[in-house]
Design a binder for this molecule. Structure first.
Ligand code: CMC
Length: 431
């Protein structure tokens, strides 16, 4: 951690407490309150963590005001344009862009771990066919810890590395199997000669009766979706993975916890909810009605795909996603898609509306990703599993960083207790 060069003074009941302030390489200063309870006997209060830095990190930086997202210092738009998902995975995990040799070695290691233990197929069969693929993923990813015992000891750096590679390699296989299972189609095994995104598309769309020819433009768009979702600082699911792992639990179980958190509509589930909303709106003439509902204090409807806890400007991922959506729809010849027309007009009207301007609500990454995924042939239920697959590297990079920290402590927040104080048990006949 950086040396403290300044301090903040807190006065409680006439006593002063000096709190060290640390300056990051970018972003706001942080006030260190770790000794506050010991010295002053008070807690700080921050439900939702709107003003709390929960850890030190060197992986991802977001400037919400500027709409900037950097991975290890590199802007996301450059990475989306010039790099590709596995190279970004390497960057997030190891801190630098790889040389050609390092990248080849990393890609080979990932490729060699894409298959799933054959016995895991029985796990899928235990689910109902109409199960949501996220429900299957939560279970199957957690169950990896029952199949890969040689990579669950978090105190061993070698085992941590093997677990890392396994998770990145197996996630597309698991997500595609969850999809195939809900369709009632046979599982498609991975093909090691294909790149990461093409392999995923093939595992989702090939059938034994007919192979799937991977279109390079769709594969590139898929890879870009993976890249744009790879990591996002201390978001809810990443913080969940960190908190779960702080107890020393194995990474497969902790990533399952991250998947559970991601599923919610305020987080990764927003991509599914956004497309469902665009379909419900149905035509451009109904947009004002939905905008009015989003603004109505008495209606809990929100414009899905709008707003972000950190971005108070355009989500830089949404910009790239929008370009990608145009490319894919153009390729597939569906530029007059009604959902896209509603999306474009909704974006225009919302951005021109003072309510959204005042609250700094801009389209986020989920606004356009669903349109691309739908055009590729994915059902809405697969949108969040694809987000989970992509974010796995972020969860694992943050987990590795945390576990390697010699100062690691179990995460244990406190509370502002508002309940009853001590009282005696009341016998049943006296209640
Ligand atoms: N539509 C209408 N009003 C909104 C919206 C929206 N999408 N988002 C926020 N607001 C309003 C909200 O009602 C509140 O108004 P007021 O101050 O009058 O009470 C104000 O803006 C601030 O909202 P908040 O809920 O306090 O903000 P937050 O930082 O806690 O929530 C959010 C962030 C992403 C959960 C929220 O913007 C939201 O629910 N958006 C829709 C869901 C969505 O698209 N989620 C995906 C996030 S990006 C992908 C990811 O990283 O997971």
């Amino acid at each position: 951690m950086a040396e403290s060069t300044k301090s903040a003074k807190l006065t409680i009941d006439g006593t002063d407490y000096d709190l060290p302030i640390y300056s990051p390489t970018a972003g706001p200063d942080v006030i260190d309150i770790r000794k506050l309870y010991g010295q002053a006997g008070v807690f700080t209060y921050d439900p939702g963590f709107t003003s709390t830095a929960s850890c030190d990190s060197t992986i991802t930086y977001i400037d919400g005001g500027k709409g900037e997202l950097l991975h290890r210092g590199f802007p996301i738009d450059q990475l989306a344009e010039k790099s590709h998902y596995l190279e970004v995975c390497y960057l997030l995990l190891y801190g630098e862009l790889p040389t050609a040799e390092q990248l080849e070695d990393f890609e080979n290691r990932v490729t060699m771990h894409t298959m799933l233990h054959e016995q895991m197929h029985f796990l899928f069969r235990g689910y109902r066919r109409d199960a949501h693929p996220m429900a299957i993923m939560v279970g199957v990813v957690g169950a990896l810890s029952a199949f890969y015992h040689d990579s669950t000891d978090v105190t061993d750096p070698w085992q941590r590395e093997v677990a890392t590679i396994r998770l990145i390699a197996k996630m597309p296989t698991i997500a595609s199997m969850a999809y195939k299972y809900t369709l009632g189609q046979p599982f498609v095994y991975p093909r090691n000669e294909l790149d990461y995104a093409s392999n995923f598309l093939r595992m989702c769309f090939a059938v034994p009766a007919e192979d799937y020819e991977v279109n390079p433009i769709l594969s590139r768009a898929m890879d870009r979706i993976f890249t744009l979702h790879a990591d996002h600082e201390q978001n809810a699911s990443t913080s969940t993975v960190r908190l779960a792992s702080s107890s020393g639990a194995n990474p497969f179980a902790c990533v399952a916890a991250g998947i559970a958190c991601l599923w919610g509509p305020a987080h990764g589930g927003a991509n599914q909810a956004c497309l469902e909303m665009l379909r419900e709106i149905g035509s451009v003439d109904r947009i004002p009605e939905f905008i009015a509902r989003a603004k109505d204090k008495n209606d809990d409807f929100r414009l899905m795909g709008f707003g972000h806890r950190v971005y108070k400007n355009f989500d830089p991922r949404a910009k790239v996603m929008k370009e990608s959506a145009d490319e894919v729809l153009d390729l597939l010849g569906i530029e007059d898609n009604p959902v896209l027309q509603v999306a474009k007009e909704l974006e225009r009207q919302a951005l021109a509306d003072p309510y959204f301007a005042e609250k700094k609500l801009f389209p986020n990454v989920d606004f356009y990703s669903g349109i691309i995924l739908e055009a590729m042939g994915f059902p809405t239920s697969m949108f969040t599993p694809i987000f989970a697959l992509s974010r796995t590297v972020g969860w694992i990079s943050q987990w590795k960083e945390m576990i390697a920290d010699p100062q690691l402590k179990i995460g244990r927040p406190r509370q502002l207790y508002q309940g009853e104080t001590l009282r005696d048990y009341v016998e049943m006949e006296k209640r």
